[in-house]
Each structure stands twice: as structure tokens, then as C-alpha cells.
Design a protein around this ligand. Structure first.
Ligand code: 2BA
Length: 111
């Protein structure tokens, strides 16, 4: 068994959960926040048998679209490690479709 951790855009989350569940996948949906944009996104946890990984990935790929998004990125203050200047500047970033991690599961128990 594998654990799929999929970080997706809020706009895609509801349809993705519906499509995954329609095909028999169990899904846990978490409300999360991206570190860079500081905006809400959605993280899904799916425990999936090895032979179903491809099917789950296909659904995620099919539903999740990448989008261009404007953001105001903090500008790093020169000479001060790890801190940010008060001013910020607009940048365009491509977000999504989905950032997916696939982890091996040692044990799966329901107690
Ligand atoms: P955020 O951290 O809010 O990042 C949103 C988008 O901003 C990213 O889209 C990327 O296009 C851009 N971005 C992120 N860091 C950047 C940087 N240092 N410089 C310039 N642009 C940057 P995605 O790559 O599609 O990521 C979407 C969300 O997935 C991220 O939201 C974060 O919540 C998560 N994520 C992505 N990679 C991850 C990783 N290696 N570990 C954990 N979470 C990750």
C-alpha cells in the first residue's frame, strides 16, 4: 500500500474528491496553506493499493489544472539573512495542477 499526499488548488478539490470517491478511493481532505503564496490550498490523503496508484494519479492529473496567478512576493532584505523587507513586488507564478508525494506505507490499521 502507498499513501498519496496530493496538494491541489481549492478550486479543483471538490471535483477531485468526488471523482476519486466515485472510483472507490478513500480520501481525507485537509485545509492547508501554501508557504510561498500564503494562500489556502487543499491537501488530500489517499491510502491506495499498489495496483491502483496509476488510476488515482490519472484522476488527479485529469481534474487538476495549472493556473497562472499573480502574487506579491516578499522581497528579501539584502544582508539580513532570513528576513524580509516591508515592501513587496508583484510576480506571476504557475500553481498546480497538483503536487503529489507517494510514500510507502509500513502498516495500515484501523483500531
Ligand atoms: P505555495 O508554497 O503557496 O506555492 C505556490 C506556487 O508558487 C508554486 O506552485 C510555485 O509555482 C510558486 N513558488 C513556490 N515557491 C516559490 C519560490 N521560492 N519562488 C518562486 N515561485 C515559487 P506549485 O509548485 O504548484 O505548488 C503548489 C503548492 O504545493 C505550494 O503552495 C505548497 O503548498 C505545495 N508544495 C509544492 N512543493 C512542495 C514541496 N516540495 N513540499 C511541500 N509542499 C509543496
Amino acid at each position: 500500500m502507498k499513501l498519496i499526499i496530493a496538494i491541489v488548488q481549492d478550486e479543483d478539490a471538490s471535483r477531485l474528491v468526488s471523482n476519486l470517491m466515485k472510483d472507490g478511493f478513500s480520501v481525507t481532505k485537509l485545509a492547508t496553506t501554501g508557504g510561498f503564496l500564503r494562500a489556502g490550498n487543499t491537501t488530500l490523503l489517499l491510502g491506495v493499493e499498489d495496483d491502483k496508484i496509476r488510476a488515482a494519479m490519472d484522476i488527479i492529473e485529469h481534474v487538476c489544472k495549472s493556473r497562472r496567478q499573480m502574487t506579491t512576493a516578499p522581497s528579501t532584505m539584502p544582508g539580513v539573512a532570513g528576513s524580509y523587507a516591508a515592501g513587496s513586488y508583484p510576480v506571476e507564478v504557475t500553481v498546480g495542477g497538483a503536487t503529489v508525494f507517494v510514500l510507502s506505507v509500513d502498516q495500515f490499521v484501523k483500531l
